[in-house]
Write a protein that binds this ligand. Sequence first.
Ligand SMILES: [Zn+2]
Length: 541
Amino acid sequence: MKDQWNILEEAWIDAAALDGAWRKLSPLDALRDAALLRLLAVSSPLDEFAVHRFLMTLLYWKADSVGGVAALRTKLLAGVVPIEVIAAVASERGHFELFDPMRPFLQDPSAADPKPQKPVGSLFAEVATGTNIAHFDHSRDGESPLCIPCIARGLLRLVPWSQSGGAGLSPSIHGAPPIVVMPRGATLAVTLGLSLVDLPAPIGEPVWTGAFRPSSFAGRIPVLKALTWNPRCVYLPHAERDDRCGLCGTRGPVISRIHYKKNKAVLRPKSNGAKAVPLDWRDSGFVYAEQSAEPIKSSSESKAAIAEDVSGLASTSTEVQEGSVFTIVIPCTNPANNKTYDHRRIEVRTVAELARLTVPHHGAEGRELANDPIGAAAIGWPTSTVGAAVRSAISRFVAAASGALKDADWILLGRALGRPMNEDAEAFAVFSAVYWQVRLGGRSQFRRAAAWPLLKLMALVPSDRRAGSADADLAPLLDALPTGQASRSRFEQSDSEPYPVAPPRGHALEFALATAVDAQVARGASIPWIELGAFLHNASR
Ligand SMILES: [Zn+2]
């Protein structure tokens, strides 16, 4: 198995070129081509910031080769990435080997135990491990293997995104994950220039390998110390086998367990047993309230639900560059344990826009959901009311389908569940025959996009349940659809506001309805096909 993997030279960063084409690049190529790239196209907002931050660290480090940070910033804003800087970074390639036996990148070989103890998912807040319980998929807790490029992203998260909590782990230099404000220009070069602020602190030296040790907790923290401040001691074993990565799904060499420990050297001295002394470090990526040593965080679930967690940033004086946008990365952190339970990314043209932000799928003012957290209307379900002409068309459609189609037809239709019309020619031929009958009976106003899922749902039930039933009730079906909220009782028992959710659409709605229909049939209930058709008709708008 390959035992050399250089994080500077391997292509693992996704980016979008100016013409919109997708490219996979190494960090060195991303710097080289920064004037030809529109942006980093990273799916996780946390990774987007961490990767961006890594490139920034390289630039701060080698800014001297063109006369310092201010001079490099000017060149980047003019769209030029000086070749002197790229050459200087490239000449340091020896610091960036992930599997170097003596000096592995961002790792500490002295952290190695006889066997790696922690799941590799410990590198990611959203991968379920240990006390990271609030996130997504728990099916393979503790054993989900990850590919090397994903692990590289995870290592880069250690510096900006380490959380506290759990077994006495220290957070990143800036405490619990703050809200990021990233100015973005027309090209990656300009974006990097906008973030490369000449900070009022000594530049210092980066710590690329071994256990990170602060030179001092007092006085201004040097820039490169802060940008490589690593609260963990991590060491990667070699890849074990080929498997599918638990995060990106790529097949290749994977690692499932790593050495992952706290770094005691970053524990801050405490003044008389009270709170840890704040460090003298101001990060250009975060926003600070007046006279506060810690950057602004999103720590109230109620405020996050209606975007009030970011509105306060609007009054801060972030430099506004013409033609640029701002990417706001918002990790939502529970103040009780300092763990993030969610993260969002929004884009605004000016920071002032944050004051007027609403949550679109909440309704116009963003507060409807808070007033009616569980109700169907609150998550955007349409009412099933339709006009007489549409109702009559749906009724003809259901009658034509249940009267004319044969077992083989229904089997083809059931097989097409979740697929669009153009992906299954056989099922589509069956559908067209029925839909055409409806149109012959008058100009149908029953939408094709609603008739297609309705017919496939009809295919799922026993043949004697396919006729329209006048007395069947739609409400139990809709109640069985996912609301996206944790549970009804959770919101009845606490005063927290529910989190914004979007109702499922498209194939997700089809699968949700299929599950609900199955449950109704198992209970012996009839399905109100015409009402369901009306619901789909409105939902397909
Ligand atoms: Zn992966």
